[in-house]
Ligand binder design. Structure first.
Ligand code: SAH
Ligand code: SF4
Length: 388
């Protein structure tokens, strides 16, 4: 401001520290960040807490995105909000529905990047598998996402936005006066889409805090599972700062094989990983850890592997989720035979661990674990071939 400029009421209500470059999207801001943004836009400090509560409820409880519909706010305050903010979700580019009811959304985010989100309906629950990064820095040799370079981390808003897009599509926002549904359509969230969530820790944490907040989407921390390939230094923080359930992509019982399948093992090997995992249930006050184990023919699926596995994890409250390998174009492995998977599951089960075999879902739309983004890329390649 130049020295001559008169200080008027208008100047005082101008944004004080809102970033440049258009309206700020409120989705994904923590309560504290939302408070700061409202104050920066001219909300008096003494009203800020109440306004946060009101706006939070509109956005996350009722699913309302148009400020004009936030009827418990004064008209001129709604106009002020509309002048400074938006409430915007990622754009749905395509939505595919599998024969088994699985839905896959291809979403476009800022910069024109694309990520995928998958909704898996089951009898008593519905699980939403969300992405945390565009691509992945890691290069697990059986994972299609791993063949794609990391493009960028998703923002907290883009992570929360995936949950909101699914709720929109499923028509899951409450209707005033209607009785509350007993079973939620999106009852569980798993961070098992594209990317390594613990390499985008702060955004994932903030997003999950929004999703868990009791005045909004309100999913319990026990209905959120974060899957990591084994970023050991962030595991204790996950317990302390998010407190959700943990799944770990274990996949091998010797360092030699795990180095090949999950190369992050060269940095933090099986023993180091297990030490971090032993502390997790106590730190997060949660029950058990899910060990994910992809079944690759002739690579990690022998009886000896199964026996080594139960020996390694002895003492850790655990469930072992066996994932039949999902092939993708050019993948270097094959899925283990069904009898082999069952024999492996049997050994694990007899050692006292639940050992469910994950039924591949949405295979016809390439929505199964580890296949994400491939269909999109393939479609793009086909388009290029048609219109070179
Ligand atoms: N980056 C995180 C989360 C995303 S992957 C992680 O690695 O844990 C989610 C799960 O799918 C992981 O257990 C991963 O190892 C598994 N997965 C990846 N590609 C797969 C494939 N082609 N078939 C079966 N499971 C796969
Ligand atoms: Fe990344 Fe997970 Fe795929 Fe490994 S399995 S490449 S960590 S997304």
């Amino acid at each position: 401001m130049t020295p001559e400029a008169p200080i008027t009421q208008d100047v005082l209500t101008l944004p004080r520290k809102l970033p440049e470059g258009g309206p700020v999207n409120l989705i994904g801001l923590t309560r504290e960040q939302l408070r700061d943004a409202l104050i920066a836009a001219g909300t008096p400090d003494r009203q800020a807490k109440m306004r946060v509560g009101q706006i939070w409820q509109w956005i996350y409880h009722w699913g309302v995105r148009d400020f004009a519909q936030m009827t418990n706010l004064a008209k001129d305050y709604r106009a002020l909000l509309a002048a400074h903010f938006t409430v915007a979700l990622p754009e749905v580019v395509t939505r595919q529905v599998s024969a088994d009811g699985t839905r896959k959304y291809l979403l476009r985010i800022a910069g024109g990047h694309e990520v995928e989100t998958v909704y898996i309906p089951e009898e008593n629950r519905g699980t939403l598998c969300i992405s945390s990064q565009v691509g992945c820095t890691l290069t697990c040799s059986f994972c299609h996402t791993g063949t794609q370079k990391l493009v960028r981390n998703l923002t907290a808003g883009e992570i929360v936005g995936q949950v909101m897009v699914a709720r929109d599509d499923l028509g899951e926002w409450p209707v005033p006066g209607a009785p509350k549904e007993e079973t939620r359509l999106v009852s569980n969230v798993v961070l098992m889409g594209m990317g390594e969530p613990l390499y985008n820790f702060e955004n994932v944490r903030d997003a999950m805090r929004v999703v868990m907040d009791g005045e909004g989407i309100s999913l319990s921390r026990r209905r959120i599972t974060l899957s990591t390939s084994g970023v050991v230094p962030e595991i204790a923080r996950t317990a302390e700062e998010i407190g959700c359930l943990l799944a770990v992509s274990f996949h091998a019982t010797t360092d030699e094989v795990r180095d090949r399948l999950v190369p992050i093992n060269k940095r933090w090997n099986i023993e180091t990983l297990l030490t971090a995992l032993r502390d997790y249930p106590r730190l997060s006050n949660s029950e058990r850890i899910t060990f994910e184990y992809v079944m690759l023919k002739g690579v990690n699926d022998s009886d000896a592997d199964a026996r080594r596995l139960v020996k390694l994890i002895a003492g850790i409250p655990a469930k072992i989720n066996l994932i039949p390998f999902n092939e993708w174009p050019g993948s270097p492995y094959e899925r283990s035979d069904w009898e082999r998977i069952e024999a492996f599951a049997d050994i694990v089960y007899k050692a006292g661990y639940a050992s469910p075999i994950r039924t591949p879902r949405g295979e016809d739309i390439m929505a199964a674990c580890g296949q994400l983004k491939s269909a999109t890329e393939r479609a793009r390649r086909e388009k290029v071939a048609l219109n070179p």
